[in-house]
Design a binder for this molecule. Structure first.
Ligand code: NAD
Length: 361
């Protein structure tokens, strides 16, 4: 099998971690008879420098023509002062909307070998933590109407709008229920229905949609309580279904309980097989170019690509197993290292995972 992948390395640590992810993907491809045609394009700050805009037409076109997109990370201080529509982050929102990727899947799993890296006590972690955050990605307040009035006066004010339609809620709820049916079957829908009208509609529609999935247990939490429960008793969660902004915040929190934001991959999906795969972290300008970043989130993003877009389950498992074995052998990048570990650089961590993929029986 051959698949076309558009690669958007982006800014900051994006190129360093993506190079390692591609090396691991190639190793898995070699092992399982899958080949990849890679097409590299610019997105984010690097595209602003080259084309003056964060998401050039040529990039979006390449993505649309691909089987999948692999993204590193975008953004950095150099582009922070630009008008909002010209920032690297605008490119990120643009690509999600342009490709119709309305569902963001963010697994948060604590590896046994990384127990010590989690800020949670061992008794709170228990046997395991394995949460899937299903975040709506192309609606809500990040895409709603916004503006300012009385600019420059002492009465200046600004607003953003949270708006969700029934259809938007139904389709993301369906993704969460489908995902839960292949896991432990529990969906926790997170909203702020005690205050927000958009959340009231969210809850009504989720309850209605759940009737199509009689085997799923559906719970509801307000977002403030959910943030607290994630650190108090994270084992109660299987699939968390939530809106764009709440999902953005809760998945960062979930990432930290697994040890480091450098560990968590994500998949952004729409109605077809095309998906965009990226680590959940940003471009980490503070460590960019130092060969210090953890490439595991990017590496695990390629496993998600193999699983969700290509249905190459054995190759996906091989990558995830390889990461687990490297961690079990005590290798760590600086962000997840504790006493007794062998601290590796970004490139060495990539090489170790490649070696484990190739060694797999
Ligand atoms: P960040 O995720 O880049 O960094 C937060 C902290 O985590 C930093 O201390 C960083 O060094 C560390 N970190 C992140 N990834 C790491 C990794 N792989 N290994 C080790 N440590 C890692 O978040 P930020 O500092 O808030 O944002 C930096 C830039 O990234 C901003 O321009 C922001 O807008 C952008 N951003 C982009 C994306 C994306 O491309 N999807 C997501 C979030 C933020």
């Amino acid at each position: 099998m051959k698949y076309t992948i558009t690669v958007l390395k982006g800014d900051g640590i994006g190129p360093e971690i993506t190079d390692q992810a591609l090396a691991v993907l190639k190793a898995a491809g070699d092992k399982y008879g899958i080949s990849f045609e890679l097409r590299e394009e610019l997105m984010g700050g690097c595209a602003i420098d080259e084309y003056g805009i964060p998401l050039p037409e040529v990039t979006l076109k390449a993505c649309k023509e691909s089987d999948a997109v692999l993204l590193g990370a975008v953004g950095g201080p150099k582009w922070e002062e630009l008008p909002r529509s010209k920032t690297p982050e605008a490119g990120l929102l643009g690509i999600r909307a342009g490709l119709g990727l309305y569902a963001n899947l963010r697994p948060a799993v604590i590896y046994e070998a990384l127990r010590d890296a989690s800020p949670l006590k061992s008794e709170i972690i228990g046997d395991k933590i394995d949460i899937l955050v299903v975040r709506e990605l192309t609606g809500g307040i990040y895409f709603g109407e916004r503006g300012r009035s009385d600019t420059g006066t002492e009465n200046e004010s600004a607003y953003d709008t949270e708006r969700y339609s029934v259809a938007e809620i139904e389709r993301i709820a369906a993704i969460a229920f489908e995902a839960a049916s292949k896991r432990s079957g529990i969906v926790t829908s997170v909203d702020k229905a005690n205050v927000l009208e958009s959340s009231k509609l969210w809850r009504e529609v989720v309850i209605r949609k759940a009737r199509e999935y009689p085997n799923i247990v559906l719970n509801h939490l307000y977002v403030d309580n959910a943030a607290m429960q994630l650190v108090r008793n994270p084992r109660q969660f299987d699939v968390i279904l939530t809106s764009n902004m709440f999902g953005d915040i809760l998945s960062d929190e979930a990432s930290m309980i697994t040890g480091s934001i450098g560990m968590l991959p994500s998949a952004s999906l729409g109605n077809g097989a095309l998906g965009l795969y990226e680590p959940i972290h940003g471009s980490a300008p503070d460590i960019a170019g130092m060969n210090k970043a953890n490439p595991i989130a990017a590496i695990l993003s390629t496993a998600m690509m193999l699983r969700y877009s290509f249905k190459q389950y054995a190759a996906a498992d091989a990558i995830e197993d390889a990461v687990r074995r490297v961690l079990e052998k005590g290798y760590r990048t600086a962000d997840i290292a504790s006493a007794g570990n062998t601290v590796t650089e970004t490139s060495e961590m990539g090489e170790l995972v490649v070696r484990e993929v190739l060694l797999k029986q």
